[in-house]
Design a protein around this ligand. Sequence first.
Ligand code: SAM
Length: 249
Amino acid sequence: MLSYRHAFHAGNHADVLKHYVLGLVLAYTTQKEKPYWYIDTHAGAGMYSLQEGYATQNAEFEEGIGKLIAAKNLPKPLADYVAQIQSFNSGTLALYPGSPSIAELYLRADDRMRLFELHPNDYKILDENFQSFGKQVKVEMQNGFAGIKACLPPPPRRAVVLIDPPYEDKQDYMHVVDMIKDSLKRFPTGTYIVWYPILQREEPDEMLDSLTALNVPDWLHVSMSIHAPSAEGFGMHGSGLFIINPPWT
Ligand code: SAM
């Protein structure tokens, strides 16, 4: 199902949590000189306009990155993330970077990026955004759940993998668990970051239970709720990240 367009949600509270934590994981990963691969199974377009098109329809970014940019006295790691977002803008907030563009900030000469995006329009924009990187960044219009198999284990035996499906198709929750099980067999020491929405339905909790039941030695669960669940019983009131093999800190 390809009705989902991430541009509607660019820079919202869920993007903020995801990209802030992704940046922290990559900052720790790059403390070692040894190269690594960044793999994004659901990469999106890589960059989004906040001043025209889909993002302006509900202006979700106003409750996300908009609030952080306006905030004073942020703790240093959050201030660093805000500075990263500002580095894509000159003054006014016009652009919001997607996960591949956040990852690009940490990319060193020997590191590689492998990006999967199934929507033809977003794939085209993503591919154009990363043309100048040549072979260092490979962009594929392919199902990321399947495409990741060919990337594991990565030649440098180090990788950070972001798994960020739309979950509009409820099967995505099951696909994530199956993909993680298969990936851990191929490459047990990779860092896997699974994003999920907090909803008033059972699938996200069932997925978390299945991930916890894998009994991997190291995992970290980060979540942020931004308001109480709605009385109507639907809508996303927060989001979370389940990180397998987070970098040592
Ligand atoms: N990771 C991006 C970021 O943080 O900026 C956002 C990704 S968005 C939540 C999910 C993306 O996955 C959409 O752009 C959608 O078109 C794409 N997509 C949906 N199913 C896919 C699949 N099976 N394989 C690869 N991409 C897929």
